[in-house]
Design a protein around this ligand. Structure first.
Ligand SMILES: [Zn+2]
Length: 473
């Protein structure tokens, strides 16, 4: 495999195929998610789904095909999405009277039904979530990061007023996204607000969680939008208040997609392959039986019994009993596929009541007792999960520079992030992008109050805080 230091993109593209996470789809820009990759998605998805439900949302499903006229109701929204739309013009052997859009996102169709279902203040808030696929025609597709079709969830909610809708926007960002991404994906994401030029098409405010990948680039891992009354006006989402007055609702939407799997790979992986945080690893422990003939059969039976004991204690364990492959091949294979812990079990280990443990990022191997293996491995997996988060945090912090000097800024964004003051004008952001390739990633929520001259143009800074700039995926 190409080393990360030589060509990070090549490393990523080779790894996702070799590790059997995905395959290229038959249509350019599409991908097949293979079982090993899909399992990672399921683990993230089930945690997100639990949090979404625990915070009062209900799942629903809306149609894939959206009448073109729906999208045209919100001017900024349609302008933002127009270049990426896939449009169905023919069906059933005829030209359609009205073209249909393959959903790029579902604000417009869900808005239509919110308008229908909401009439009184008693119907609010309406808290919906949809698990679905969406299609956005990508001109420069990348497996897992920018694919023409991807899987995601989209939360859509309607509220009586701005305060309640803003509470929801931040709840999705902080209590749902940031927690799942930190606790499961072990990605130390920064929570912040997008600058106006980076906002979602049609939103009043857009918030994001941004992670730093091992090449220093940022990955937007999830976004949450406060729409104000823009979509409510477009779709006539109105309610009669306690005072009897007809009022527009305030809406939000928030989405997190399969690109998060790309984030996990680029946050933790190394030249040997994937490094999976235990909580999203399809197999947390892989047992490789060693030995041939009668002894081999005995070892395989013991490995299966051990895997069952691990499973009983909540550890996802797998026995690699492929007879045609050597132990050495299997060790490399599971290293490539990022399994946190490997156990080797041979006749001599079995006689001694032990197995040999090797950690994905550890030096050397050590024997562990079979009797206490479930408790010991649970501790090891927990420690590995924490270690990955701490390592990624240290990497991010050592590649983030706070600066007021343009020269330092350009050096910082070549290898990581820069925290700088900015005037807030889109033209100046555009100039920074043209000069360095870096964009405004976010205005961190936890930034200290600060002001001064803009890093590029010297005009007074906006936002009252520093902005994080970096090159991004
Ligand atoms: Zn400026």
């Amino acid at each position: 495999m190409t080393p990360q230091s030589e060509d990070f993109s090549a490393w990523f593209n080779e790894l996702v195929l070799k590790a059997e996470l995905v395959d290229r789809g038959p249509v350019r820009g599409t991908m097949v998610i293979r079982p090993y990759g899909y399992r990672i998605w399921e683990l993230l998805q089930s945690d997100l789904d639990r949090r979404i439900k625990e915070t009062g949302h209900q799942n629903a499903y809306f149609p894939l095909l959206i009448p073109q006229s729906y999208l045209q109701r919100e001017a900024e929204h349609v302008e933002g999405f127009a270049p990426e739309l896939a449009v169905v013009t023919h069906a059933g052997g005829k030209v359609l009277e009205e073209p249909l859009i393959v959903r790029p996102t579902s604000e417009t169709v869900i808005g239509e039904y919110m308008a229908k279902w909401i009439s009184s203040y008693r119907d609010l808030p309406l808290l919906l979530n949809q698990w679905a696929n969406v299609v956005r025609w990508e001109l420069r597709p990348r497996l897992l990061l920018r694919t023409t079709e991807f899987l995601w969830q989209e939360g859509h909610t309607a509220h009586a007023d701005q305060a309640d809708a803003m509470r929801e926007t931040m709840l999705a960002l902080e209590e749902i996204y940031a927690r799942t991404v930190r606790e499961l994906a072990a990605m130390p994401v920064v929570e912040g607000e997008k600058t106006p030029s980076e906002r979602f098409a049609g939103a009043v405010r857009t918030f994001t969680i941004e992670g730093m990948m091992r090449d220093g680039r940022a990955l937007q891992a999830g976004t949450s939008h406060y729409m104000g009354t823009n979509f409510a006006r477009a779709a006539a989402i109105q309610y009669t208040g306690e005072d009897g007055r007809l009022t527009h609702a305030h809406t939000t939407s928030w989405g997190l997609s399969t690109r998060l799997i790309g984030g996990v790979i680029m946050t933790h992986g190394d030249d040997k392959g994937l490094v999976l945080p235990p909580r999203v690893a399809p197999y947390q422990v892989v047992i490789v039986p060693i030995g041939r003939g009668d002894q081999g059969a005995e070892v395989i039976a013991a490995a299966a019994a051990l895997a069952q004991r691990l499973a009983d204690s909540g550890i996802r364990a797998h026995v690699d009993d492929r007879p045609q492959l050597s132990p050495g091949f299997k060790f490399n294979d599971w290293e490539l596929r990022g399994v946190p812990i490997r156990l080797e079990l041979g006749p001599r280990d079995l006689a001694a009541g032990t197995a040999v443990m090797a950690r994905r990022l550890g030096e050397g191997k050590e024997p562990i007792s079979l009797d206490s293996a479930p408790a010991r491995l649970a501790d090891e997996l927990e420690a590995f999960q924490d270690f990955l988060f701490e390592r990624a945090t240290a990497f991010r912090d050592s590649h983030t520079v706070t600066t007021d000097e343009w020269d330092d800024f350009t050096k910082a964004v070549a290898v990581g992030w820069a925290r700088a003051l900015h005037c807030g004008t889109p033209e100046c952001e555009e100039e920074i992008k043209a000069a360095t390739g870096a964009t405004a990633r976010c205005i961190p929520l936890d930034g200290e109050p600060e002001s001064g001259p803009c890093i590029l143009c010297g005009r007074p800074s906006a936002y009252g805080k520093r902005v994080i700039f970096g090159r991004a995926y």
